[in-house]
Ligand binder design. Structure first.
Ligand SMILES: C[S@@+](CC[C@H](N)C(=O)[O-])C[C@H]1O[C@@H](n2cnc3c(N)ncnc32)[C@H](O)[C@@H]1O
Length: 235
């Protein structure tokens, strides 16, 4: 059992803190010796990021995949995807790295109205680049420091094998960001996102699916949603 498994699911947030300062005390606290195999701040394979429930689906989706994570923050989900899903040839990460107010969170785990100010996003950005650099996977990573809409405009329709959308801050954002990326995903590709337990996100996904007449069964678990894109669903 790894130090990280001991921590999950009670307080995974602690782990993110520990990763940021891996002191001997922290190692001791998690029961990891110097010769132990468990904890390294750059080993994301045994971590439990927000997109954890989508990893096996991505890993089984095919070979030489090209995908996107929209909303990267500290790149914890991003690095985990790269380390776990070796079938991903290129993973694009999209984030404007600008201060924001998250208006969603109603009914879910998040705090409604969470503010991320300039210094917090600056630290998150530094950490993201640092983790990607030292994850051992940076050759397969492409970061676009842009908004969802601006980045999506850079991609051809049906050019992506999967999209994980985790960038919306309101119901309208959910509708807009899903619209930004859906046509970019190939038929048979995986379309998924996070925070589905938040009322604003749930409603945004439902409203947008109705607008686009998407009736494919949606899989929902662990605050995530996912479905496989069907023929005829690109505009
Ligand atoms: C919840 S965090 C992402 C967490 C990350 N996916 C993970 O699992 O570790 C949301 C991110 O969305 C980004 N964001 C906010 N507005 C955005 C927009 N219009 N386009 C793309 N990303 C945006 C924020 O900067 C923030 O880093």
């Amino acid at each position: 059992m790894s130090a990280i498994n001991i921590d999950y699911p009670r307080g995974i947030s602690n782990l993110w803190v520990e990763r940021r300062r891996v002191t001997p005390e922290a190692m001791e606290k998690f029961g990891v010796t110097e010769n132990g195999i468990s904890f390294s701040p750059y080993n994301f394979r045994n971590t439990f990021p927000d997109s954890r429930s989508l990893l096996l689906a991505i890993d089984l989706l095919g070979e030489d995949l090209v995908g996107v994570e929209v909303g990267v923050y500290r790149a914890e989900s991003f690095c985990t995807k790269l380390q776990v899903c070796k079938n991903v040839k290129t993973l694009y990460g999209v984030d404007p790295d600008a201060p924001y107010s998250d208006l969603s969170g109603g009914g879910g785990g998040g705090a409604v109205g969470m503010e991320v100010d300039a210094k917090q996003i600056d630290l998150a950005r530094e950490m993201a680049f640092h983790y990607i650099e030292w994850s051992g996977e940076k050759d397969r990573a492409e970061i676009l420091e842009m908004t969802s809409a601006d980045a999506a405009a850079e991609f051809e329709d049906e050019s992506l094998d999967f999209a994980f959308v985790d960038s919306y801050l309101s119901t309208q954002d959910v509708i807009d960001h899903l619209e930004d990326w859906y046509d970019k995903v190939k038929v048979g590709g995986l379309f998924c996102g996070h925070d589905y337990n938040d009322r604003e996100v749930y409603e945004g996904v439902q409203q947008w699916r109705k607008l686009r007449n998407i009736e494919t069964r949606i899989s929902e678990y662990d605050n995530c949603f996912a479905w496989i894109k069907r023929e005829g669903e690109t505009k």
